[in-house]
Structures are given as C-alpha cells and as structure tokens.
Design a protein around this ligand. Sequence first.
Ligand SMILES: [Zn+2]
Length: 386
Amino acid sequence: MKNFIFQTVPVLHFGEGCLGQLPGQIAALCASRPMIVTDKGIVNAGLIAPVEQTLRAAGLDSVIFDSVIADPPETIVLQAIEAAKAAGVDIVIGLGGGSSLDTAKVVAALAVDDAQPLTEIYGVGLLERKGLPTILIPTTSGTGSEVTAISILTTGETTKAGIVSPHLFADVALLDPALTLGLPADVTAATGIDAMVHAIEAFTGRNAKNPVSDMLAIEALKLLTANIETACFDGRNMLAREAMLRGSMLAGQAFANSPVGAIHALAYPLGGIYHIPHGLSNALVMPYVMQFNLEAAAPLYAQLADALHIPRGSENSSEARAQEFIDYLEALAVKVKAPRKLRDIGIAREATTELAEAAMLQTRLLVNNPKELTLADAQRIYDAAW
Ligand SMILES: [Zn+2]
C-alpha cells in the first residue's frame, strides 16, 4: 500500500441543536469577540438570528459582516479583513454556503498583523501560518467547506483560484441540520450533486486517494444518493436533512485529502464567467466528464456501483458496470429536476470555446483526474454538455 496522509478539522459537532455549542466552543478557543462572516441571503432567510441570539445569551457581542456574494471576489474578502481588524475581533465564524465559509477562512488567515498579501497565497501550501481561530457553520449540504483546507475566490473578472493550506482548516465545525431545513429544492438538488461529485472525484483521484478517503467517499455517496430525493421534495424531513449534511461533510473530508479533478475543473469556468452556482455547474458537466473518464476509471466507478447496490444488467464487464453507475447518477439528477444541459441555463453554443480554454487553467485540479485531459477533450465535453 502507498503511504498516505489524512488531515481533518480537530473538533466536529454534529446534530440537531448543536448550534447551542457555539459559545462554549468560542470560550474553549480563548476568544471573546467574534465576527460572523455571512451573506445577505442568510440574513434574509432568518438564519443569522439564532446565531446572534445564542451568542448574546452567552454575553458575547458579535460583529456582522454580511456582504459576501457568490463566487466571492477578492475585493469583498479584503473589505472583510479590514472590518475584522478595525473591530479587533479575535475569532471568525463563517455561516452559510461555500462562499461564506471560504471567505471566512481567508479572513481568519489574514486579519492579523504582518499577514501575507492575499495575492501571494494562491496555490498549494503558500499560506505560511495560521491566523485567527475559526468556527464554520454550514447552511447547505454540498460544499463540505467546513471540513476542507481550501478556499476558492474569484480573481480579476472571471477566474476562480484556490488557496490550499492546512492553516485554513477550521478549529471547529458545527453542523446543525436544523439550519438546512429551509433550503429550496433546486439548491438542495444542486448542492447535493456537488457533494456526490466530491465523493466520486476523491475516490477516483490519481494522486492522493487513500483508504480513509475511500471509506469516507463510499459512505458519503450512500447517504447522499439515498436521501437527496426526500430532502428535495420533503424539505422539512429532519432525517433526510441530517443524512445529506453528514454525507456532504464526509465527502468534504474525502476530497480535502484526495482532491477533486476534471468535473470541478470544467465546472469552475461556468461559475467564474456566467455565475452559475457551483453545485449546478458540477451537475451539468458531471455525466460528460465521467463518460470521458470511463476508460481510465471503469474499475473504480464499478466499485461505487456495487457499493450503492445499483441493479446489475446482463453484461458482466467493469465498463458496463461503470456505465450503469453513470446512468444511475444521471437518472437521479433528472429525478431531482436539476437542469441537464448548458443551453437550458442560457449558455450560448459559441461559449464552449471560451469555457474550454478557461478550464485548462485549472491545472491544480486537472492533475488529479484519472485520465489526462486536453483542450480538445474539454471542448468536446462542453459541446456534449451543451
Ligand atoms: Zn464542489
């Protein structure tokens, strides 16, 4: 067996009502002046109120930064860092989906004296030290950002760039499924498929796949595929919400250690250029990238098909079994009413050329893909997805 390394967040609180643990966790980190990093959608959905109340009841005054937007640009992150420094906060609490959590991680890292400039930390392992303590509270079941050491920001106009560093791991992740009960069906579907993609890409990763990430990916896929329909169409079902949140966390732990590949590389330009939500971007390119990967990844896709007990056809090859896995996922995406073609979401046919060129810039991800991907391959995949 190949040597491997596995890292994750040191403290996880999981379960309905665990938001109540927040003040105790802040105290355990020797902090007393929190800044909540979130977005207006979370404020409007009434999700910040219980957090503020919990803190106030414990005698903690919090500073709110609620200007995070989807595909967070550097300007917003820099504003939040300035606000944190001006207010003298000593802990950062990220509350929301991936954009808020990713922003919170970078704010915590850089809202300290003598921090590195933001422009110097893009890439893998370039952030030199830990900043303020961080507690992350997800309100969607998708990104797994609460347990990853990755932040994705938008640099310049349209390019998505990642910061990867063990210093970005939160000190505590609080996962309370009650916070996800109000998620609309379309967001539940897209974020749930994103989480499945995290598990699939971690399981098929070329470089850092390992026995722990494999185990997490399989358990994540079981939970996510078994519960996504109920979570979408019976959104107040706490058991389904809990399973989805648990699945997305496990998938997050898997891909934090065995990073994602070409599905994400081809999804990012849809976010960067067209602001298509991250989960939906993944859902749209997933079947076509998997079809492209099939020749290299068939034995692994076949293992996942077996783990999920997908009904078996008459042909007994790993390619046939892998195809059953791809078809099963596509059928599930249709069941939860996720848009299935780029043209359905207003992307022009000619756009595929620019998308393919942009995807090739995601070298950090493409190296993990089970099969090497060229510009011509990316173009063919987007054309098929169109
Ligand atoms: Zn993702």
